[in-house]
Design a protein around this ligand. Structure first.
Ligand SMILES: *[C@@H]1O[C@H](CO)[C@@H](O)[C@H](O)[C@H]1NC(C)=O
Length: 299
């Protein structure tokens, strides 16, 4: 039976997916750039938030294309730090205590992923994310107070951690001789098709005991499913540790699907995949086959 916590995660991801639909709408309709207490923004520009009443739990999620980083500049801040207000930028997304990228896969320790305006003040007015998502948290007690930020996007040649902006797409992840792990997250139930996987040893020279799975192999790709944001808390559904050209497909009826590449740095690793949102009919069928247990395991 799903626990209350899992239910909340489930709810939150649905909520994010809904915000996303609205974001796309915002993009085409050119509304004035006023942020709301809970908001999701995928466009560049200057955004102002002014509290009309005490706003104690606000969060704005920013997202760009996979090959983009996000820069947030404080233009103007009028909050009462001494009175308990705050304004923090987070390098990634965090929801219900679950972070993306997970603390294992992010280049910075968790404490350095937060930049608190009340602590850094005017010293750090510009903050750049390490991937295509970032967010700000804020709390403002006094009506009339608020802030203005400018959000820009910058190119990222080797995107590592990514949250997909869309329920369908295609992506090639390359990790060139780097000892790091990268996760591509899709916050929708999807069918994912891997069409090419090169783990630095396509020519068959790579030796491995047949029955050992991927254990003990340096470099591999794993597919994870779950209901929250943090890939390190998701369930492993499949491992791929042999290079191939062709097509491997899997339907994953979870709220969040992650393709994660583990890379030792010895090779140039590369994987190409495409994904499509599973339709409701398919999800119902999956439930009957009790695949749902992947996403709501009983403990
Ligand atoms: C990458 O992930 C693997 C397995 O999950 C882990 O053993 C390894 O330490 C990680 N590498 C880095 C650089 O975090």
């Amino acid at each position: 039976m799903p626990s209350a916590f899992q239910f909340q995660c489930h709810f939150v991801l649905i909520f994010l997916a809904a915000l996303r639909g609205e974001t796309r709408y915002l993009e085409v309709s050119n509304v004035p750039c006023c942020a709301r207490c809970i908001d999701m923004l995928s466009i560049e520009g200057q955004f102002t938030f002014t509290a009309e009443q005490p706003q104690l739990h606000c969060a704005t999620f920013f997202i760009g294309d996979p090959e983009e980083l996000i820069t947030i500049d404080y233009d103007f801040v009028n909050i009462d730090c001494q009175g308990g207000d705050f304004l923090k930028v987070f390098d990634g997304w965090i929801l219900k205590g679950e972070k993306f990228p997970s603390s294992l896969d992010h280049p910075l320790p968790t404490s350095q992923r937060y930049v608190d305006y009340c602590e850094s003040g005017n010293i750090q007015r510009s903050i750049r994310s390490s991937q295509n998502v970032a967010m700000i948290f804020f709390r403002i007690h006094q009506p009339g107070n608020g802030f203005t930020v400018t959000v820009k996007k910058n190119a990222n040649l080797f995107p590592c951690n990514v949250i997909s902006q869309t329920p369908s797409g295609r992506f090639t992840m390359v990790i060139p001789h780097q000892h790091r792990n990268c996760s591509f997250s899709i916050i929708y139930p999807v069918v994912i098709k891997i069409s090419d996987l090169i783990l630095g040893h396509l020519n068959g020279l790579f030796l491995k005991k047949p029955s050992a799975g991927c254990a003990g192999v340096g470099d591999f790709v794993e597919l994870l499913g779950g209901t929250g944001l943090d890939p390190s808390k998701m369930f492993p559904l499949a491992d791929l540790c042999h290079s191939f050209h062709g097509s491997a497909q899997m339907k994953i009826g979870c709220d969040n699907t992650v393709l994660r590449m583990v890379s030792s740095g010895k090779h140039v690793n590369r994987v190409t995949f495409e994904y499509y949102q599973l339709d409701l009919q398919e999800l119902e069928n999956r439930k009957e086959n009790s695949i749902e247990e992947f996403c709501f395991p009983s403990i």
